[in-house]
Design a protein around this ligand. Sequence first.
Ligand code: NAG
Ligand code: NAG
Length: 517
Amino acid sequence: MGKSVILHLVFVVLAVFSVCLVNAEDPYLFFTWTVTYGTRSILGVPQQVILINDQFPGPGLDVVTNNNIILNLINKLDQPFLLTWNGVKQRKNSWQDGVLGTNCPIPPNSNYTYKFQAKDQIGSYNYFPSTLMHRAAGGFGALNIIHRSVIPIPYANPDGDFTLLVGDWFKTNHKIMQQSLDAGNPLPFPDGVLINGQTQSTFTGDQGKTYMFRISNVGLSTSLNFRIQGHKMKLVEVGGSHVIQNLYDYLDIHVGQSVTILVTLDQPPKDYYIVASTRFTETVLTATGVLHYSNSNALVSGPIPAAPVNQFDWSMEQARTYRWNLTSNAARHNPQGSFHYGQITPTKTFVLANSASSINGKLRYAVNGVSYINPDTPLNLADHFNIPGDFSTNSISAVPSGRAATVATSVMPTSLHDLIEVVFQNNENTIQAWHLDGYDFWVAGFGSGQWSPDSRKSYNLVDALTRHYSGLSKFLDRSFRLLGQPRYVECEVYIVGQAISRTTILPESLESSPQPC
Ligand SMILES: *[C@@H]1O[C@H](CO)[C@@H](O)[C@H](O)[C@H]1NC(C)=O
Ligand SMILES: *[C@@H]1O[C@H](CO)[C@@H](O)[C@H](O)[C@H]1NC(C)=O
């Protein structure tokens, strides 16, 4: 299995208690985004990148909780294109999720208008292209949901707000990279790490003041360690959950993940390194930026602060310190009417074991022995419009099957209001990052070895974070346990272009208006 697998759990849920998509009382924001190719010398050589309104990375989407977003996306590429709003819950509105299970890609020279509401959410998120290898060329950006003025947040308003998109970067053209993956090669090792699409960036603040840094890993395959020379980072929010506010010297940020930290400029007035370096890689790639005190009297100096030596265990221990602040506004009721997820008995358990094997001469990734293939019609639409033959709900088992991998459009059935326990069992020797598109889960537990019902004894059933992203299914024999209440889950294992495998948990009924392709 290649070094750079992204396991992508696309999870679209239509929550029960929320009102419909566009709420008339809340403000509307209108955007027109045009997607084109452009040429940028990012690592010293000109390369083709994907621009949105001539920007690389794409424009930041700064909205306020409950704002209605009407965004017309005009695709001027020579390939179909689709953006997904990573972490936006799309309640009753999975039609706007922007993944292949819910939307048709926008054909070249066409447009599609996304309509969604940032309902009840606060936090730092990001958006990215969800198909082909477009994410390797750009098209991603920040999506910041700022709290409404009447809603208290568990920290003082910062004196300033910086957004940092960090990620690995490749010089190879995205189409060539795709051809190579299609030919069975693993994703190459990245050529560099970028902060906001650059190798050099400076963030200026005043001594004594406190700044918010919203950091997202927008890369393709590599976890990053983030740190600021001489400064502590107070973690306040992870993936939309306000957390117990601990101080950290370093933070591991996995592909797709966003975190929000507060940093007080409490050091002597000079410049300090901001560092993002690759984790769990033999060769370490490092990007540095500068935290510049406005009254600085010295350039950055001294060694670049090092990442922690310890790798996976350290990272898992760090993730265990992220705990939900149950008295802050992060704790939202779930569709069962409670945020006490630990007191609800799960309706079903899915154990999803990923594997890599050769099927018909091609390297493909599978979940429970099924390597997912996209049907012609997005699953959600096929279900809604009763298009027969698109998928079958008995082509995948709820637990690992042990049989040789086959290809199918696999769908797992479940019902509205179910609380589902999902176990990701990673038997590969690579990191698997799962992204839950359109909804989130409580990450109840994770650890080494094979999961068994006994593992439930170690679950955090009190203050685990809800996350749309689970980055820690690390290395050999690690497993993950999540609890969530899906109506619609797709999980796709995609080594971006090389092979796709996906499991879909189908909704029982649908409540908003789909747009047929
Ligand atoms: C969007 O597409 C529609 C046709 O589906 C077309 O009528 C309209 O002019 C397009 N708008 C833009 C801004 O390209
Ligand atoms: C949790 O949130 C509450 C309410 O905003 C706040 O007063 C408290 O300090 C927070 N607790 C921690 C440990 O961060």
